[in-house]
Design a protein around this ligand. Structure first.
Ligand SMILES: C[S@@+](CC[C@H](N)C(=O)[O-])C[C@H]1O[C@@H](n2cnc3c(N)ncnc32)[C@H](O)[C@@H]1O
Length: 187
């Protein structure tokens, strides 16, 4: 059960997708899946590449508030950084979520592991770079979730082929929302 102030922020951003042409946020059903993945794995450290206005971050934050964990979320847009930070504070998640402003290729280098879950949801050509920086910091049994596996199938084909060929990973597409490539680091 989501707290009332988090649910209110989720409802507001879900409505705002009708008026903002740059929200690019995951469908609500996918956010609900992320919430359950984080809760069921008792995640304590989640890293998100691509904050936008904070829609997916609200689901991560709702789970992490219960597990006592932290979300590090990154966006290169000053406008979105400011807006998401304000939304997270209003939802009572200011102490749970750390907003980072900048190019994720640089910011990720400064975020320490071990990471329980990483969520890649930004510019598609850089997916492999994000994965390569994150993977050594993901704990054994931890996951990298890559958004748009279904909606950007052609664009992500080489990337997905690569993660599925890894001997230290198990990777599968979950066809919910935009489609998530779920890559688990073998123990
Ligand atoms: C698909 S949206 C993220 C949606 C968000 N995860 C959600 O579901 O609410 C992608 C975001 O990635 C950001 N972005 C694009 N390139 C980036 C980069 N190199 N570093 C950090 N953020 C980047 C964009 O500004 C945009 O807000």
């Amino acid at each position: 059960m989501l707290e009332a102030e988090i649910l209110q922020a989720i409802d507001e951003l879900d409505q705002a997708r009708k008026t903002r042409d740059d929200h690019w946020q995951i469908p609500r059903v996918e956010g609900e899946l992320l919430y359950h993945i984080a809760l069921s794995s008792n995640a304590r450290v989640i890293v998100e590449v691509g904050t936008s206005y904070g829609f997916s971050g609200l689901f991560w934050g709702a789970a992490l508030k219960q597990t006592g964990g932290r979300l590090h979320t990154i966006d290169v847009s000053q406008k979105k950084y400011d807006s998401a930070k304000e939304t997270f504070a209003r939802a009572g998640l200011g102490g749970v979520i750390v907003n980072h402003l900048g190019d994720a290729r640089e910011v990720l280098k400064r975020i320490d592991g071990p990471i329980d879950i990483a969520f890649i949801d930004a510019d598609k050509p850089a997916c492999q770079t994000y994965f390569d920086t994150l993977w050594p910091k993901v704990r054994p049994g931890g996951s990298i979730l890559t958004d748009n596996a279904t909606t950007h199938r052609t664009e992500l084909a080489d990337y997905i082929k690569g993660v599925r060929a890894r001997t230290d990973a198990s990777s599968v597409e979950v066809a919910v929302g935009n489609g998530i490539e779920w890559t688990i680091k073998r123990r």
